[in-house]
Design a protein around this ligand. Structure first.
Ligand code: WTA
Length: 639
């Protein structure tokens, strides 16, 4: 039986939670038993957070696609797995039954094998939101290749950085992707990236947008002709160790280049299905619409793996919420009779701006549950979501988690545990959060005046879906997540907890920005800006932005070459776009003559952050600055 037992009351949650804390091994063993293992595991968990070394379901063997597809065939072969809604509402959509998806994945897996992909090889996937993207992930997993999806908005430079880091020799891409009224070139960007990556052996290209591209002899192949050639392939799911890597996903940290977060086959599988079913309280036949892009972890876990493991129906949408009109999401909900909508606060806030007009002639009656993810949701947006979209009858789950956590860690369970605007509420079974102060002391006392305790959010016990390493650099994983507070996994987020154990996430406490739900490291943006010949130095901070949550504010010192240019900001943003992609463009660029630095030469970001946030009353202690006058000069020209 592939369906897990759903928690069905607050009391039931509490007892499950207690069981998971007191006896984690028996708790997870019971859940893991419902999956198909090619060889049973001999131990549920071995771990330490010092090295760190985390092993779940030790020496068990499995294939996640067997659990996503094969095991459903007998009972759900003819049920829909994916519903595809194309960018252009007038184009014909597509849907895949479990049987059809099973075949499509085998065909794609056969193509990969024919192209020379072997178990353990890294395959980079750079595509738009089309069904073949999900099929590509599953095809890799079927043959034991490690997929690394790169979001379709990243630049050639960002792609080559990732290809080099993962030493990926195979690429699956498409000619171009449709997004609103634009066609985004993808293959041409890959061609540019590959100028720096001569080690790439094969590029498989899906024809989709009909935009002009060039094909390199010997290296590039059209997927369609390859797929046709394999016919109805039969590719058995290869046996993977529970701790073999399933995928790498690059994400930004507070220092250096993005790091490749590694998730493994067994633990991620169990976590993806468990969290999907429990958080959304998924019932048979419900249609789940997660609006994220598969280029991010949310799409991996809650468009592809979680729903398929649960034998659910998942909707894959190619376009954007405002094309052709701002009612597109509501149009889709009615057209496909969506039961569960899972989106980001930034989308909610931007749709709020269109008022009630887009809801005219829409029913939305099919909706049963709503979810949000990616950034703190402000109370106003939560209320609007609740009343306008959910028409007051849908519970909202506020799901807090990260690329590194594989799936949701803190959230209410839809309709089962209490919801509360702007609060992620309770940890899922298995999750043991703690709040620590700067010194790493665990904070337990609730302040009697506020009713809360505040601190940096850490987790003190492993869960199946957690990060195992950062690809090719285990030290980096240790330093980033396990060294700040020894013995704890540090999330990088700050949070409040009330006396009943509910959490409210306040956002990042490190140098990571969250712009429209996208994680961007300030160091990455600074490096990009500094690569401009006309720039001497820069400092990047975030500031509150009505729609995006956070905006990017860059303070830049230029040399004469740039000073003479008319449109400095545009020029700098072009450089960012080239180095990272348009998602990292600065909203405000202030040219300054100096940056506030300590005598030891460290930039005092705290002061810049306050200036960017407009908190000018109390800039804090500026006496330790090398030159306090710098601050006055910056304030004078503040944007
Ligand atoms: C933020 C996305 C508040 C948080 C799944 C985290 C949230 C970062 C929430 C991870 C939420 C995510 N409430 N903040 N419900 N969900 N975040 O890796 O700062 O892209 O550390 O994973 O997003 O972003 P990532």
């Amino acid at each position: 039986m592939s369906k897990l037992k759903l928690i069905n009351s607050l009391e039931n949650y509490q007892s499950a939670y207690q069981h998971s804390i007191k006896n984690p091994e028996s708790f997870w063993d019971e859940i893991a038993q419902s999956f198909t293992w090619q060889k049973p595991y001999s131990q549920v968990l071995r771990w330490n957070f010092e090295t760190p070394s985390i092993e779940w379901f030790y020496d068990g063997e499995l294939n996640i696609t067997e659990n996503c597809l094969d095991r459903h065939l007998a009972s759900k072969g003819d049920q829909i797995a994916f519903v595809f809604e194309p960018n252009d509402p007038k184009s014909e959509g597509k849907s895949y039954t479990y049987k059809a998806l099973h075949q499509a994945v085998q065909n794609m897996a056969q193509v990969l094998l024919n192209q020379g992909v072997q178990k353990g090889d890294r395959v980079c996937i750079y595509m738009g939101m089309v069904p073949e993207l999900a099929i590509a992930l599953l095809a890799c997993a079927r043959i034991g290749a490690i997929h690394s999806v790169i979001f379709g908005g990243f630049s050639a430079q960002a792609i080559s950085d990732r290809l080099i880091d993962a030493s990926a020799e195979f690429i699956i891409t498409q000619d171009g992707a449709f997004r609103g009224n634009k066609t985004i070139p993808l293959k041409p960007v890959i061609d540019e990236a590959l100028l720096q990556c001569p080690f790439v052996k094969k590029v498989m290209v899906l024809g989709h947008a009909n935009n002009p591209i060039s094909m390199h002899k010997d290296r590039d192949a059209w997927l369609e002709s390859e797929l046709l050639a394999v016919g109805n392939a039969e590719v058995k799911p290869v046996s993977m160790q529970a701790e073999d890597p399933l995928f790498i996903l690059y994400t930004s940290g507070s220092t250096g280049k993005p790091k490749g977060v590694v998730h493994t086959c067994g633990g991620y599988m169990v976590w993806a299905q468990y969290t999907f079913e429990q958080v959304f309280q998924y019932q048979d036949n419900e249609l789940h619409f997660c609006t994220a892009d598969i280029g991010w972890i949310t799409g991996h876990s809650y468009i592809v793996y979680g729903p398929l493991l649960a034998g659910a129906k998942s909707l894959l949408f190619e376009g954007i919420p405002t094309y052709p009109e701002a009612d597109r999401f509501w149009e889709i909900v009615d057209k496909h009779q969506v039961d569960i909508l899972y989106t980001a606060p930034t989308a909610i806030r931007s749709l709020m701006g269109f008022g009630s007009e887009p809801f005219k002639h829409k029913s939305l009656k099919s909706l049963k549950k709503l979810g949000t993810v990616g950034e703190p949701i402000n109370e106003e947006a939560w209320q609007w979501y609740k009343t306008q979209v959910g028409q007051n009858h849908c519970p909202i789950v506020d799901t807090w988690w990260q690329t590194e956590t594989g799936g949701v860690l803190i959230s209410n369970l839809a309709g089962i545990t209490p919801e509360r605007a702007a609060w992620a509420t309770l940890p899922l079974p298995g999750i043991q959060p703690v709040l620590v102060n700067e010194q790493g002391q665990i904070q337990t006392e609730v302040n009697p005046e506020t009713g809360y305790v505040h601190g940096n959010l850490c987790i003190q016990f492993p869960w199946p879906g957690m990060i195992r390493t950062t690809y090719g650099d285990h030290e980096r994983c240790k330093n980033n997540y396990f060294a700040t507070y020894p013995g704890l996994y540090f999330t990088g987020d700050g949070a409040y907890r009330d006396a009943s154990g509910n959490y409210r996430i306040t956002g990042r406490v490190d140098d990571v920005l969250n712009v429209s739900g996208h994680r961007i490291g300030t160091a990455e943006v600074e490096n990009a800006i500094n690569s401009h010949l006309g720039v001497v130095e820069s400092a990047v901070v975030g500031y509150p932005h009505e729609i995006k949550g956070q905006g990017i504010y860059a303070f830049v010192i230029c040399n004469d070459t740039l000073h003479s240019k008319v449109n400095i900001a545009q020029d700098i943003n072009a450089t960012i776009t080239q180095a990272i992609g348009p998602i990292a463009k600065a909203d405000k660029i202030q040219i300054v003559s100096g940056l506030p630095k300590t005598r030891s030469g460290k930039i005092m970001r705290r002061i810049l952050r306050k200036i960017a946030e407009g908190e000018l009353q109390n800039l804090g202690d500026t006496t330790t600055l090398l030159d306090p006058n710098v601050v006055d000069a910056i304030l004078k020209d503040r944007l």
